[in-house]
Ligand binder design. Structure first.
Ligand code: ZN
Length: 134
């Protein structure tokens, strides 16, 4: 298991890139819009993991509401798993609450699911299924 990325909620990707690119020296690997979650996403690799900057497309999205309530900041931690469906079944059987209860398509078309922060000691946890090479 490894950390795939850290999701950081920002008001504006273009404003925050000055810090991440010029300040920290990270490189922008790409941006995309994830319609399902109402966010624009910018991915910046750090070793094997990435920083995922999340800019809401409107205030009426999960990340938009997060920023309105708590301001910009660390939004979630994403772990990579081999088999998302079986991991979710296992977590459910242990009483862990899932945010939506089923996998969805996240950035790069990968299967993702979120665990409820109440079941993860106050942290929003995302799980992403490892990309199949075949
Ligand atoms: Zn994420």
């Amino acid at each position: 298991m490894k950390i795939d990325h850290l999701g950081i909620a920002v008001k504006s990707i273009s404003d925050s890139l000055a810090f991440y690119r010029e300040g920290l020296g990270l490189e922008l690997a790409g941006t995309e819009t994830v319609d399902d979650q109402g966010v624009r996403v910018a991915l910046l690799p750090v070793g094997e993991a990435r920083i995922e900057l999340l800019e809401p497309v409107s205030g009426e999205t999960p990340v938009g509401r997060f920023i309105a309530k708590r301001g910009e900041g660390l939004h979630h931690i994403c772990y990579e798993v081999d088999d998302l469906a079986s991991k979710l079944d296992e977590l459910r059987s242990r009483g862990v609450r899932l945010l939506e209860g089923y996998p969805r398509r996240g950035a790069e078309g990968k299967l993702v699911a979120f665990l409820h922060p109440a079941s993860a000691h106050g942290v929003l946890v995302e799980l992403v299924e490892k990309a199949r090479t075949s």
